[in-house]
Design a protein around this ligand. Structure first.
Ligand SMILES: NC(=O)c1ccc[n+]([C@@H]2O[C@H](COP(=O)([O-])OP(=O)(O)OC[C@H]3O[C@@H](n4cnc5c(N)ncnc54)[C@H](O)[C@@H]3O)[C@@H](O)[C@H]2O)c1
Length: 294
């Protein structure tokens, strides 16, 4: 999607942090934006800041409350967005939370559900609701799903289900890009650490997962400035990149995963004469590609 001017984007979790920076970077390119967040006030404040910067003749930006863990709420967000602008061309499924840290075996069930329902189901909700409408609309569109360095095989000890949720986003997005028609692009945004309020996700934990709590960690956490992530995301959308990458040193951590896998293959299941009987590559390739795309 080379030209972004006058497109319409919906960005979730955009009341602050990475989402707010993506919304602002899109607006700088002439994109009208729906800023969505479970924290409606924050969404409206971000939308007001962007609108003010754009001026009366610039892009339109509206704030909306939306809990991405609720499929009906995401559907209502899509209704609001199409109602407001007549079309939507980009969705950034960015909303995500970081649950209390601790050993995997000690994770409380409500926190397990919180992290999976927001970080993974929230992304699926956005892809399903907006993806179907993009196909129906029949014009160039783009979906960005916010993963992280953990999508690329970097484990975060003390955050097993956060790591799993981000890993899952890569797998999900990789399938999605093969299933959607060519005119709907898919990206997975994989930042390393970014200076945001993520450690204080608990302040906005919904009642159904135990309600808000104070984590007491200083915020923002150390890391890259969120603005840089917004800029890189816009570049990735324009180029149609599947992987949107931001922190160069992460490649070394990601390589460790593949080196470990390759070493295990070499030790336990190296290629040998006659191993064609075990060769399922043609079959795997066929379901990797899937049926002809619509
Ligand atoms: N900060 C980092 O180091 C980092 C690194 C890699 C990936 N990420 C990912 O980036 C995304 C944004 O995180 P951030 O760092 O900007 O954190 P943040 O806490 O500053 O912003 C997240 C926003 O999402 C909103 N949100 C929380 N639950 C929601 C829900 N159920 N529905 C809608 N909105 C909800 C919050 O109100 C908040 O405004 C997340 O998916 C996070 O996992 C963050």
């Amino acid at each position: 999607m080379h030209e972004l001017r006058d497109r319409v984007a919906v960005v979730t979790g955009a009341g602050r942090g990475i989402g707010a920076s993506i919304a602002a970077a899109l607006a700088d390119e002439g994109v009208h934006v729906v800023v969505a967040d479970i924290d409606r006030q924050a969404a409206e404040a971000t939308a007001a800041t962007i609108s003010q910067k754009a001026g009366p003749d610039g892009v339109r930006c509206v704030g909306a409350g939306c809990d991405v863990g609720d499929l009906g709420a995401v559907d209502a967000l899509a209704d609001l967005s199409w109602g407001e602008f007549g079309h939507v061309d980009i969705v950034v499924n960015n909303a995500g939370i970081f649950p209390p840290a601790g050993p995997a075996v000690d994770i409380q069930e409500h926190d397990a559900r919180w992290v999976i329902e927001i970080n993974l189901f929230g992304v699926w909700h956005g892809c399903s609701v907006f993806g179907k409408r993009f196909v129906e609309q029949g014009t160039p569109a783009h979906i960005v799903n916010t993963g992280s360095e953990h999508s690329l095989g970097v484990p975060h000890t003390g955050a097993a289900l956060y790591t799993a949720s981000k890993h899952a986003i890569l797998g999900f997005s990789d399938v999605l890009r093969r299933e959607l028609p060519d005119f709907v692009g898919v990206s997975v945004l994989c930042p390393g650490m970014v200076a945001t309020d993520l450690p204080n996700s608990g302040l906005r934990r919904p009642q159904r997962f135990g309600g808000p709590f104070e984590r007491g960690r200083p915020a923002p956490q150390p890391g890259l400035a969120p603005d840089e992530i917004g800029r890189r995301t816009v570049e990735g959308i324009k180029r149609g990149d599947f992987y949107i990458l931001t922190h160069p040193p992460v490649v070394e951590l990601a390589e460790e995963r593949w080196t470990e896998v390759a070493t295990a293959f070499a030790e336990q299941a190296p290629r040998f004469d006659g191993d064609e009987a075990l060769d399922t590559r043609a079959f795997i390739r066929s379901y990797q590609a899937g049926p002809p795309r619509p």
